[in-house]
Ligand binder design. Sequence first.
Ligand SMILES: *[C@@H]1O[C@H](CO)[C@@H](O)[C@H](O)[C@H]1NC(C)=O
Ligand SMILES: *[C@@H]1O[C@H](CO)[C@@H](O)[C@H](O)[C@H]1NC(C)=O
Ligand SMILES: *[C@@H]1O[C@H](CO)[C@@H](O)[C@H](O)[C@H]1NC(C)=O
Ligand SMILES: *[C@@H]1O[C@H](CO)[C@@H](O)[C@H](O)[C@H]1NC(C)=O
Ligand SMILES: *[C@@H]1O[C@H](CO)[C@@H](O)[C@H](O)[C@H]1NC(C)=O
Ligand SMILES: *[C@@H]1O[C@H](CO)[C@@H](O)[C@H](O)[C@H]1NC(C)=O
Ligand SMILES: *[C@@H]1O[C@H](CO)[C@@H](O)[C@H](O)[C@H]1NC(C)=O
Length: 464
Amino acid sequence: MLNMGLLSLYFLFLLLSISSGEISSQVGINYGQLGDNLPSPKQSVKLIQSLGAKRVKIYDANPDILNALKDTDLQVSIMVPNEIITNISTNQKLADSWVESNVVPFYSKTKIRYLLVGNEVISSSPKEIWYNIVPAMRKIKNSLKTYGLNKIEVGTSMAMDVLESSFPPSNGTFRSDIADPIVKPMLQFLNRTKSFYFLDVYPYFPWSMDPKNINLDYALFESRTIKYTDPVSNLTYTNLFDQMVDSVVFAMKKLGHPDVRIWIAETGWPNVGDIDQIGANIYNAATYNRNVIKKLTAKPAIGTPARPGWVLPSFIFALYNENQKPGPGTERHFGLLYPNGSNVYGIDLSGETPDSDFEPLPKPDNNEPYKGKIWCVAARGVNASELGSALSYACSQGNKTCDPIQPGKECFKPDSLAWHASYAFSSYWSQLKTAGATCYFNGLATQTAKNPSFGHCKFPSVTL
Ligand SMILES: *[C@@H]1O[C@H](CO)[C@@H](O)[C@H](O)[C@H]1NC(C)=O
Ligand SMILES: *[C@@H]1O[C@H](CO)[C@@H](O)[C@H](O)[C@H]1NC(C)=O
Ligand SMILES: *[C@@H]1O[C@H](CO)[C@@H](O)[C@H](O)[C@H]1NC(C)=O
Ligand SMILES: *[C@@H]1O[C@H](CO)[C@@H](O)[C@H](O)[C@H]1NC(C)=O
Ligand SMILES: *[C@@H]1O[C@H](CO)[C@@H](O)[C@H](O)[C@H]1NC(C)=O
Ligand SMILES: *[C@@H]1O[C@H](CO)[C@@H](O)[C@H](O)[C@H]1NC(C)=O
Ligand SMILES: *[C@@H]1O[C@H](CO)[C@@H](O)[C@H](O)[C@H]1NC(C)=O
């Protein structure tokens, strides 16, 4: 006899998969290009395919990459750069000509399916641009219609900082400065055009800012025991990713758009970080990415507690470690691949390879906050004239930052550029770290736990 319970469950899944549209759960990859040592577009496309990716997102409309993607099965997401959003927002002709030169020539052979108008505009660009995103999205959508490119969805990517509250998830609320003027019309547009809310979501960041109160296993999808029940929705969470995604779902609900589909535009975990950054290592990166891929490719779709069974299409961040990204060390180490094309760890974006088929991972050694002193010194082999400029800049900041390296003072000798720059960087960083200064200087500086001081010269340090 047929088990009626199972049968109705089956129909339920069928219904859910129909109601969430034809979109498939396949996982894609973000192909960022902020490196001076990356493989060619042609080689990159081969690597993308070898990783089992079915989709690829780029941060521009690079013609070499779009040509390299010709005649592949990869679905492609391209981007209108933030800098031209304002002009496009008021000028239909400009939108038309952008689409004409960046999309039309490639469309028939390259499966361009998504077009993002800007990258995290609300997190970075000048405020004036924020108000132009939706008008620019409308103009671009019109242009696509004009050229008959109806298969392309238009969206824009947003980070979690567009929310003013994300905890508990039911309390998810968009920032009051953007909710009505920007997010509401955007959700209307996304609903009307059957597009997606493109969300960048990184459990790494909230965990690393509060590792005492958030359990690492909860952030890595590894906990079998930790459960959090939202006291208002009564929904029970077993990982941080679901919590973050649902806070966006609840925020959308509050603006009257409970049904706009979410696309995970970026998620990932860094494989290396600076000494003062916790939990950025190969073990955690592999664990997070393998687990999130398992979740996102599961059939039938898992969804989240607020949207059980919904498909969450996605792009993992990122293809390569990108050596030219500014900011802390983690920013340059989200890659699944090193710039030479070899894997940082075993990974299969199709979700078909069981974990047991991968090589054992190196044990994590920075899952606890670093305790001790850190110095900031000149990196090896860097450009001398750039190092000289960075030295002058560091010395111009803070109070008496470079007094000890003046002639005759205790840190003047050895009288070398690298030595003086190292002193200046350490002095600058120790004074200004709490005000947000970083030990980076465009790649000229690096952190060290080894005290560079000698003789009477004592280098200032940062204590964690
Ligand atoms: C935008 O338009 C203005 C006025 O036509 C022009 O001066 C400016 O260069 C344009 N900006 C960009 C980024 O194309
Ligand atoms: C809910 O969010 C508001 C801000 O939107 C915040 O003030 C409040 O503390 C949050 N509630 C809880 C229980 O965290
Ligand atoms: C959550 O549970 C409480 C207590 O059982 C109940 O009063 C409340 O209505 C529930 N909330 C929702 C949204 O189901
Ligand atoms: C658009 O909104 C309507 C009304 O809330 C909803 O029924 C529909 O599913 C939404 N469609 C999309 C694609 O978001
Ligand atoms: C690629 O680069 C990584 C990191 O620098 C290195 O460990 C690895 O040996 C390199 N692989 C090859 C094949 O050169
Ligand atoms: C060093 O940097 C300067 C300024 O960016 C540049 O003009 C010069 O060519 C660089 N020198 C070397 C050896 O790369
Ligand atoms: C420099 O000294 C002034 C006056 O004593 C003080 O207000 C300021 O905070 C100091 N700046 C730093 C970076 O320590």
